[in-house]
Design a protein around this ligand. Structure first.
Ligand SMILES: *Cc1c(COP(=O)(O)O)cnc(C)c1O
Length: 335
């Protein structure tokens, strides 16, 4: 199967499965699972935080962060395009009684700090209390610059706000910038990292933060039904992912660029090469090409993508240069 729908479709490799099989287990709700404890300790240290929490998903990790930073009637400022605003079912509002204050993302995915400043509410009982700014990196495959992150940190310090990062794909950002992950995570009060996307674990995310923040998040995780028992098999996969699969992400970025260049050789397909920063490729497709039909026909050849405008294709550890060539040949035969 050649699957461009998302980097969430990755399958655990044999070595990861072995690690899962051999993981020592206990009841994590009692704090007894050695593999979960090991992952949480390892993840905290690796990202420069005091504490970490193993979560069932990125959505859960973000929600727990928002609920740990904010109380009922508080507000977080985020981008209109933010996953934790647009694609998580409104969880912060639904379950946390936290008001989102979205502002338009800039073209590079950042939030203009002057616009954020204008959205901060005065201390007045007419308003929700602004507590937190939430950024996303990468966002739609785009990388926020280290200079921007420094400015955002100065900004929240000046305004006494906390700063959260939805870092579902933060390792793609680190690989692109060629820096240690702490150069990015060090600017934030909390970070969520997906283990189940490009890093190739089957399940899970980690939430990183201070001891107090993670203790609060741990409480909410239980309330939300996220207290798992012998979760060490999953945690061991997550630790394997962090230890072995971060460096290879640049292969995915190379394959994404190769994919974009090959698509540009087909009539009716056009990719702005500068827009391909990491592992996500957005393709403009001529209106006279019926993508839905093409999608169905390629599926019969075990090639999967989601039709859309623009067409979004994602590379990951299940996609090689040969997969790209096979895909391009199959597309060319359909045009
Ligand atoms: C995928 C994703 C999430 C959510 O992760 P799930 O594990 O699918 O819940 C959060 N933020 C971003 C930016 C993502 O891409």
């Amino acid at each position: 199967m050649i699957d461009f729908r998302s980097d969430t479709v990755t399958q655990p490799c044999d070595a990861m499965r072995q690690t899962m099989n051999n993981a020592p287990l206990g009841d994590d709700v009692y704090g007894d699972d050695p593999s979960v404890n090991a992952l949480e300790k390892y993840a905290a240290q690796k990202h420069g935080f005091a504490s970490a929490l193993f979560c069932s998903s990125g959505t859960q990790a973000n929600l727990l962060a928002l609920m740990a930073h904010c109380e009922r009637g508080d507000e977080y400022i985020c981008g209109q395009r933010a996953h934790n605003y647009k694609f998580e079912g409104g969880g912060a509002a639904v379950l946390g009684s936290i008001q989102p204050q979205p502002i338009e993302n800039e073209a590079d995915g950042s939030l203009c700090l002057d616009k954020v400043k204008a959205a901060i509410k005065a201390d007045d009982f007419h308003f929700a209390k602004t507590k937190l700014v939430s950024l996303e990196n990468t966002i739609g495959g785009q990388v926020l610059s280290l200079e921007y992150l420094s400015k955002a940190r100065e900004f929240v310090d000046a305004h006494k706000l906390a700063l959260h990062l939805d870092g579902a794909r933060v390792y793609n950002a680190a690989a692109k910038l060629g820096v240690d992950i702490t150069r990015i995570t060090g600017h934030f009060d909390s970070v969520s990292v997906c283990l189940s996307k490009g890093l190739g674990a089957p399940v899970g995310s980690v939430l990183l933060g201070s001891e107090a923040l993670v203790a609060k998040a741990r409480r909410w995780r239980k309330v939300l039904g996220g207290g798992m028992r012998q979760a060490g098999m999953l945690a061991a996969a997550g630790q394997y992912a962090l230890e072995h699969n971060t460096k290879r992400l640049s292969d995915d970025h190379d394959n994404a660029l190769y994919l974009a260049m090959q698509l540009n050789t087909l009539s009716g397909f056009n990719v702005e090469l500068n827009s391909v920063e990491t592992n996500i490729v957005y393709v403009n497709v001529d209106a006279n090409i019926d993508l839905a039909v093409m999608c169905q026909r390629l599926a019969t050849q075990n090639i999967l993508f989601s039709p859309g405008t623009p067409l979004r294709l994602v590379t990951h550890l299940g996609i090689t240069k040969e997969s790209v060539n096979t895909f391009i040949q199959a597309l060319a035969a359909e045009i």
